[in-house]
Design a protein around this ligand. Sequence first.
Ligand SMILES: Cc1cc2nc3c(=O)[nH]c(=O)nc-3n(C[C@H](O)[C@H](O)[C@H](O)COP(=O)(O)OP(=O)(O)OC[C@H]3O[C@@H](n4cnc5c(N)ncnc54)[C@H](O)[C@@H]3O)c2cc1C
Length: 295
Amino acid sequence: MNDVGQRGEMRHGEPLSRHTSWRVGGSARRLYRPADSADLVHFLGGLDPDEPLLWIGLGSNLLIGDEGFSGTVIETQGCLTGLELFGETGLRAEAGASCAKVARFASRNGLVGAEFLAGIPGTMGGALAMNAGAFGGETWDWVSRIRTIDRQGRIRVRGPDAYCVGYRHVEGPAGEWFLDAELTLSPGDGEAAMARIRELLARRSRTQPIGLPSCGSVFRNPPGDHAARLIEAVGLKGDSIGGAQVSEKHANFIINTGDASAADIAALIERVQTEVERHSGIRLMPEVRRVGGEQ
Ligand SMILES: Cc1cc2nc3c(=O)[nH]c(=O)nc-3n(C[C@H](O)[C@H](O)[C@H](O)COP(=O)(O)OP(=O)(O)OC[C@H]3O[C@@H](n4cnc5c(N)ncnc54)[C@H](O)[C@@H]3O)c2cc1C
């Protein structure tokens, strides 16, 4: 039952495998889906200061251990999904808006630059946390302002200069999460942008195992090389542990063939790291964020 004044949805003992694209992960003690940002402020304001918190968007870059999460998960996808235009070229997106919707909304409104987001199966919040990117575009290239929220429910407005941003790496003020972002895009031909989105999606489905449970690229590309090339070079394409398998289509993807556990995936990640390092001297670093499990 909801606490007084709390309008969102609380689930207890929620299996996180339902909330991650790898379809693995144990249960969360509680999972909260806020009704809107005001409700989130209210919810966080009443939270025990020692309660462990985990934010998830679409769970498309998360490996959650089989033991689950013994705190509260805040899920933004499907809840904080607002999108609006402002000024000549501004687009404001709430943290739970999907990247695909942001890309299409921009194009439909004659704004270009965000097309690369179309094939990234995450939320705006996840894209901000990861500096998600594809086909030469990166999320933070377009961010002009963001709003964050802390665990007491206090909201702050920040500029990109408050963050140290790199390749799949973002570091900012501790103890704050993304509530929404303002992107400054470029005016342009919306139909051409839609055509580019279609082309980028087609390119993805030719080269990636789309449709099978995965987390996209597991490892960051090391400087001047590609993780997929290094993995292929040591003959690990198709290699598996339990239900986890290095994709035959794209060696930097690990897919859940049906009954993988998080431990299977973690063990395969480790095997890939060990073998690649033994052959090339390069230690591949995971792009995927781990929660729990053997680190
Ligand atoms: C098939 C496939 C293809 C992919 N292709 C790409 C690609 O081309 N480029 C790319 O960059 N990535 C790609 N990814 C990975 C993933 O989609 C991105 O990293 C995406 O940005 C993650 O968003 P999410 O909402 O799913 O985040 P989640 O996986 O839910 O979370 C990722 C991290 O962000 C944090 N987080 C989530 N929301 C917030 C918030 N509001 N505030 C603060 N922190 C938050 C989480 O705590 C976690 O640490 C792919 C994944 C898949 C499955």
